[in-house]
Design a protein around this ligand. Structure first.
Ligand code: CA
Length: 220
C-alpha cells in the first residue's frame, strides 16, 4: 500500500517508516498538519497513519478536511489522547481505526494488515440505504438510480447521516462537521441544508427529531 505517516515525533515516525517499508509498503512522511493536508490532496494514498497533536494543523482538522473530499483513503489515528471524546470524534469524522500511544508495533502492523485486506478485497464504497445510494469514491448521490447534484456541504451532511442511519445528530454536531469549531456558520445553516436536501431528493429523506436534531429518514 501507499502509506502516509503523519507524526511529529521523529522516533515514532522513523520506526514506523522502517517497519512499514520492510513489509513492502511505499511510505511517505510528514511531521506537520498543513504539509500532510497538502500531500493528501496531491497524492493518492491507501492509508494515512495520523497523529492528532501536530504543528501547523490539528490531526482531527486534517481528518475532517480530508474526509470532505476523499472517502477512499483509510485513516488510522495514532494519539496519546486517550480521552473518549477525541476518540469518538475521530471515529465520527471517519477514521477507520484508533490506536493509543504508547502502542506495540506489532499491534499497529496487525491493524495495518486488516486495512490492507479491506483494500484488496475491494470492499464496495457504495453506501446503499433503500432508494438512496452514496458512492463514496465518486462522491455521487443517487435516488432510485438517478444522480443528484449536491454541493459539498449537503453531500457531507447526507453522508454523515447515512453512515449512522439510526443515530440522531444535534444541530451543533452537524455544524461542527460542516464548519469546524472555529468558524461558526450561520445559525440556521444546518436547517437550510436539510431543507434543500429534502427538496432535491425526498421530503422523507431526513427526519426531524423534535427538540434534538436530525436523523436519516425511512428510505424504502
Ligand atoms: Ca504529536
Amino acid at each position: 500500500m501507499k502509506i502516509l505517516v503523519v507524526e511529529d515525533d521523529d522516533l515514532i515516525a522513523t520506526g514506523l517508516h522502517l517497519a512499514l517499508s520492510r513489509l513492502g509498503h511505499a511510505v511517505d512522511r510528514s511531521s506537520n498538519g498543513m504539509d500532510a493536508q497538502q500531500l493528501l490532496s496531491d497524492q493518492t494514498y491507501h492509508l494515512a497513519i495520523l497523529d492528532l497533536g501536530l504543528p501547523g494543523k490539528e490531526g482531527l482538522d486534517v481528518l475532517r478536511d480530508v474526509r470532505k473530499v476523499n472517502s477512499a483513503i483509510s485513516v488510522l489515528i495514532l494519539s496519546a489522547r486517550d480521552d473518549i471524546k477525541s476518540r469518538v470524534k475521530g471515529l465520527d469524522l471517519g477514521a477507520d481505526d484508533y490506536l493509543i500511544k504508547p502502542f506495540e508495533l506489532d499491534e499497529l502492523l496487525a491493524r495495518v494488515r486488516v486495512i490492507e485486506r479491506r483494500h484488496k478485497t475491494g470492499e464496495s464504497a457504495v453506501l446503499e440505504l433503500g432508494r438512496l445510494a452514496l458512492n463514496l469514491d465518486s462522491v455521487v448521490a443517487t435516488w432510485d438510480g438517478q444522480p443528484i447534484e449536491l454541493p459539498k456541504s449537503e453531500w457531507t451532511l447526507l453522508r454523515m447521516l447515512a453512515e449512522h442511519p439510526t443515530r440522531v445528530y444535534t444541530r451543533s454536531q452537524i455544524q461542527d462537521v460542516l464548519y469546524g469549531w472555529s468558524e461558526a456558520g450561520e445559525s440556521n445553516a444546518v436547517d437550510v441544508h436539510v431543507h434543500h436536501l429534502r427538496k432535491k431528493i425526498s421530503p422523507d429523506l431526513i427526519k426531524t427529531v423534535r427538540g434534538i436534531g436530525y436523523r436519516l429518514g425511512d428510505l424504502n
